[in-house]
Design a protein around this ligand. Structure first.
Ligand code: DAT
Ligand code: MG
Length: 154
């Protein structure tokens, strides 16, 4: 079965805590092949653009400010069913839900609030494509699939 790519982001709340950042990096190493990795910080306009689907929601302003409040770490990750695997590891968006229904997930363990919820993960193959190019415009996913992916399966 072919490898799939997804985008994982460690958000500013988790990057700010060295032990949490390291724990998340270890979990990623145990579960995925890391294809690309970078540290970056958003301007407000990047945050607004990335989350434009939520414009107008009550939490939008908070979300935009938080996501441009400090450095983040982004990963392009590969494995079988990478998208759903990382979403499963992250757990539910809302922290109370994560705490009570899946305390062993990343958000259940480390999430602070519904906004400061530690991590982002693409929610579909299509959004993974779009979000990988948002964070890694120089990375060509189609080319990687043709040129590099087969090397992991021999
Ligand atoms: P996810 O990050 O699980 O894909 P989403 O795409 O619905 O969740 O929302 C994007 C981010 O917006 C989410 O990580 C945190 C914030 N958010 C979503 N719903 C929220 C809410 N009800 N209250 C506060 N922040 C929220
Ligand atoms: Mg989402």
């Amino acid at each position: 079965k072919a490898l799939q790519l997804t985008l994982a982001v460690v958000k500013p709340d988790a990057v700010a805590h060295p032990l949490i950042l390291e724990a998340l990096h270890q979990k990623i190493l145990e579960n995925f092949i890391i294809i690309r990795k970078k540290e970056l910080m958003w301007r407000t306009k990047d945050s607004e653009k990335f989350y434009s689907e939520h414009a107008g929601r009550f939490f939008y302003q908070r979300l935009v400010e938080f996501m441009s409040s400090g450095p983040m770490r982004a990963y392009v990750l590969a494995r079988e069913d990478a998208v759903t695997h990382w979403r499963g590891m992250m757990g539910p968006t809302k922290v109370f839900r994560a705490l009570f229904t899946s305390p062993d997930t990343i958000r259940g363990q480390y999430g602070l609030t519904d906004t400061r919820n530690t991590t982002h993960g693409s929610d579909s193959i299509e959004s993974a494509r779009r979000e990988i190019s948002f964070f890694f415009p120089e990375f060509n996913a189609d080319e990687w699939m043709v040129m590099e992916e087969p090397r992991f399966r021999v």
